[in-house]
Design a protein around this ligand. Structure first.
Ligand code: AP5
Length: 211
């Protein structure tokens, strides 16, 4: 089962991915998390990605397709994956389709989280994340402790107002067209109202998947 979580920055993809993964018993793959780990470790990938990420721009498709190809060939993804923020351009959608076809797989569902820009700015301006396990929080101060793993909470550089504006522009220009691509290619796209209690959004997503 391959499920694509799609939506603007701050729509709640990273919040919903582990909840859906635990309900559906398939692992998550989040390119943002892979890239942030590479930046922290100072690897070649991290050095390449750092400036783009801090500005709120996309990392080049070739880099992203390399990550997806490498990760999805790992045995843990044999049963499927919840893809969080993985597909952000039409070339990425095409590349993922080609990669999955090699192992006789395809995207089974695209869940498009719907939210307006005002709510996004509200969420991202109040977000902190665990520096260890990446769990996002709203309204918790930098330096608080993560409920899940005890790590410290930090603020993401790309949650600064200038970077958020860039991320929203990049979404409109490069990512929104991916939904049309999926619709044109007959993939099952469901729009989910992403506003409301986290558990209500999870239930909407599960219902869209027929659970
Ligand atoms: P990435 O980490 O994927 O960032 P993003 O898509 O911009 O998504 P966010 O993590 O900001 O938002 P989210 O939708 O996951 O929301 P969250 O659950 O955290 O990517 C970062 C960067 O890496 C990109 O800008 C790019 O440079 C690069 N990159 C990554 N993938 C790439 C790709 N495929 N191609 C090219 N470049 C790539 O929630 C946000 C906040 O809202 C949190 O505080 C949360 O607690 C809160 N919240 C969540 N749900 C609710 C709710 N229902 N009610 C109230 N608050 C809520």
């Amino acid at each position: 089962m391959i499920i694509v979580l799609f939506g603007k920055p701050g729509a709640g993809k990273g919040t919903q991915a582990p909840l859906l993964a635990s309900e559906l018993n398939v692992p998550t793959l989040a390119t943002g998390d892979v890239l942030r780990a590479a930046v922290r470790a100072g690897t070649v990938l991290g050095v390449k990605a750092k400036t783009c990420m801090e500005r709120g721009e996309l990392v080049p498709d070739s880099v992203i397709l390399g990550i997806i190809g490498e990760e999805l060939s790992e045995p843990q993804y044999a049963r499927g994956a919840i893809l969080d923020g993985v597909v952000r351009t039409v070339p990425q959608a095409e590349g993922l389709q080609r990669m999955l076809a090699v192992s006789g797989r395809k995207v089974d569902a695209v869940l498009a989280f719907d939210i307006d820009n005002e709510e996004i700015v509200r969420r991202l301006s109040g977000r902190t994340v665990c520096e260890r396990c990446q769990t996002p929080y709203t309204g918790r101060e930098v330096g608080s402790v993560c409920e899940r793993c005890g790590g410290g909470l930090v603020r993401r550089k790309d949650d600064e107002p200038d970077a958020v504006r860039t991320r929203l522009r990049v979404y409109d220009e490069q990512t929104a067209p991916v939904l049309d691509w999926y619709l044109q290619h007959g993939e099952p796209v469901t729009v989910i109202d992403a506003v409301g209690a986290v558990e209500d959004v999870t239930q909407r997503a599960l219902r869209a998947l027929g659970r």
